[in-house]
Design a protein around this ligand. Structure first.
Ligand code: SF4
Length: 635
């Protein structure tokens, strides 16, 4: 058995009441490692093209990574991959809850659920075996009560009423953390699977315990000493970005009509910390503890993230932070993704103003939002249509220009007309309008420490390729994407004075514009990252290498990220996705956000061809045979 792995995948077919376990080929683990990468490969192999995402043929794939449960910092995340009922594309949703650690303790690297149970069931996975149990008593319970009913000291993943009612953006909840996007909870609900609990006493073997511990200590020290991961995130959580994005016009306001909210400070991380914070919370084994705890009904509960504050706050023109705390709590209990939720509410408010939809929902009015959230989860009245997402709403009622989605997935809380690289990223992201799938280029264009020209298209395709690649690799190794803050863009700055090539790339692409940056990804091995100078630019690589015994070079790390991005793209291509789906709503491509700034729109068509070329795709956005061969991807 390979080090870091438990050596077994658990597969449960709920239609046939069949439970099986098997090992994966070493080659698969070598190429796709775990979490997001492994999930993408398994989905491609297990799910035939063109299936109904809500049918028994779809697979719900839960993956872990070698670092999961080993003590590596911020690396206990698990991943859920499936074919999305919201978009028809691949979705991988990452969660910081405790399920991944406990699944490995029970002896499995991954769980694959196929088929569909006749009645509600839950899965009980333990050292004693795997059982499919009756969950009729759990059906209808919220995500908190459901978890309370499951065995103690186990990892849990559950759905709430939204997942049961097949709301297309239902999420999966584990402890208080959420696998939120693109309907992973909907697929779980379609299988009549209310919950999974896992636990046991097994542990993965580590290749070199001593060096691994040393690498983890270095990594932890780095997270504890970098200002972004030792001060900003712990002190304010992700909500620190509210004031910054508002200042740089990237905070969605009034259904993405504007990028600046006059009351941003009232919903900011600073206000949350000063007036509402009970304490910091976080995922297991993470020194950053970016989660917030606030009080709702006198009870300490998880507070809202940046995305929730943006989508349920500025996007709806609401500045009542306590109300947002309450809606966030309500959405978590019902099992709803707050990003898609905020988009659906914003769309209906605008369509209501335009007379397309008859509704009481209105910008700046908070009195009837809680009712609307419940109506969506229970599919009552207009809530039944809102539960299908904004693409459906626009198709049925009109207002397509401001239905803020890409490939059917509602956009996250960054307005990209003032961060055009992020706009490109949203359009090409494999799961649709996702800020992370986009490469989070906005971090360099708006809210991070290095500022690049947010309006220029020059260099942005390369930047999107590079950022996406790094995030895909980090996620595949099982680590939280926020660990990236401690190494990137310091990675660029550190290399700036030490490598002529990097300084040239940075000058040309980041500061001044240009298209050299992307070439970095396809440069000959070692050309840009001389091992002598920068053997381990990411601590993730070092820890992974000592954990598994497979030495991973910086080049291997970047190639892994490229492989995973292409694997997901390949799945989508097989489902019929192509260039025509790499789009944005007309509001973002054709309307200026700021009348005084003639560049404040996303000139997508200018950037797409370069992006495809740098990715090694054809003009239609499909990976070429040469690219797949280079990355070792077999169809
Ligand atoms: S940084 Fe936040 S989301 Fe990431 S692992 Fe830590 S607590 Fe979880």
């Amino acid at each position: 058995m390979a080090y870091g792995y438990m050596g077994k995948v658990l597969e449960v077919n709920l239609s046939e009441n069949k439970i099986d376990s098997y090992s994966l080929p070493d080659k698969t683990l070598e190429l796709y490692v775990g979490n997001k990468g492994l999930g993408a490969r398994l989905l491609y192999d297990l799910v035939p093209p063109g299936i109904d995402p809500l049918g028994g043929e779809n697979a719900l794939i839960v993956t872990t990574a070698p670092l999961t449960g080993t003590g590596a910092p911020s690396s206990n995340r698990f991943n859920v991959t499936t074919k999305s009922p919201l978009t028809g594309a691949i979705v991988d949703s990452n969660c910081g809850g405790n399920f991944g650690i406990h699944l490995k303790r029970a002896g499995y690297d991954a769980l694959i659920v196929r088929g569909k149970a006749d009645d509600p069931v839950y899965l009980d996975i333990s050292d004693e075996g795997v059982q499919i149990k009756d969950a009729r008593d759990l059906w209808g319970l919220d995500t908190e009560k459901t978890q309370e009913q499951l065995p103690d000291k186990t990892g849990k993943m559950v759905i709430g009423p939204a997942g049961e009612n097949l709301v297309k953006f239902a999420c999966i909840v584990s402890e208080e953390r959420v696998a939120g996007r693109s309907g992973v909870g909907t697929v779980m609900g379609s299988k009549n699977l209310k919950a999974v609990s896992a636990g046991g006493n097994k542990k993965p073997a580590i290749y070199n315990e001593e060096l691994f511990k040393e690498a983890c200590k270095e990594w932890r020290d780095q997270l504890r000493s970098h200002p972004a991961t030792s001060e900003e995130l712990p002190q304010y959580g992700t909500s620190i970005f509210i004031n910054r994005t508002s200042a740089t016009h990237t905070l969605p306001t009034r259904n993405f009509k504007y990028g600046q909210f006059k009351d941003a400070d009232k919903i900011s991380g600073e206000t949350l910390a000063e007036e509402y914070l009970v304490k910091n919370i976080g995922c297991y084994g993470c020194p950053m503890r970016c989660g917030r705890q606030v009080k709702v009904d006198e009870k300490p509960v998880k507070g809202p993230e940046y995305e929730t504050l943006g989508m349920l706050g500025s996007n709806l023109m609401i500045s009542d932070l306590q109300a947002i705390n309450e809606w966030n709590r309500q959405a978590d209990l019902l099992g709803l993704d707050t990003i898609s939720l905020g988009n659906a509410l914003g769309f209906v408010m605008e369509a209501g103003e335009d007379g397309f939809i008859k509704t009481d929902l209105a910008f700046g009015r908070s009195d009837n939002i809680s009712q609307a959230i419940e109506d969506i989860a229970l599919r009552r009245g207009l809530g039944d249509d809102m539960a299908e997402g904004v693409a459906h709403l626009a198709q049925k009622y009109g207002g397509e220009d401001y239905a803020m989605h890409s490939k059917g997935l509602e956009l996250a809380a960054y307005e990209p007309r003032t961060a055009v690289g992020q706009g490109l990223g949203y359009a090409v992201a494999n799961r649709g309008g996702c800020h992370l799938g986009a490469g989070y280029v906005v971090f360099l264009e708006s809210n991070g420490p290095i500022t690049v020209d947010p309006y220029t298209t020059k260099g942005k395709p390369g930047l999107a390729v590079f950022n996406q690649t790094v995030l895909e690799a980090i996620s595949t190794l099982g680590s939280c994407n926020f660990t990236n803050y401690a190494v990137f863009p310091e990675f660029l700055l550190k290399m700036y004075n030490r490598s002529r090539l990097v300084s040239k790339v940075v000058n040309n692409s980041l500061m001044l514009g240009g298209n050299q940056f992307g070439k970095f990804m396809y440069s000959p091995k070692g050309a840009v990252l001389p091992k002598k100078v920068f053997h381990h630019p990411f601590p993730h690589i070092k820890a992974h290498s000592h954990c598994t015994g497979n030495e991973m070079s910086p080049e291997d790390f970047l190639k892994l990220g490229q492989r995973v991005f292409n694997m997901c793209r390949l799945f989508n291509a097989r489902e019929g996705f192509s260039r025509r789906d790499d789009t944005l709503p007309r509001r973002l491509t054709n309307e200026l956000q700021r009348q005084e700034e003639p560049r404040s729109r996303v000139p997508l068509d200018e950037m797409l061809p370069t992006f495809y070329r740098l990715r090694g795709w054809d003009q239609n956005g499909i990976p070429t045979e040469r690219t797949l061969r280079k990355l070792g991807i077999e169809k």
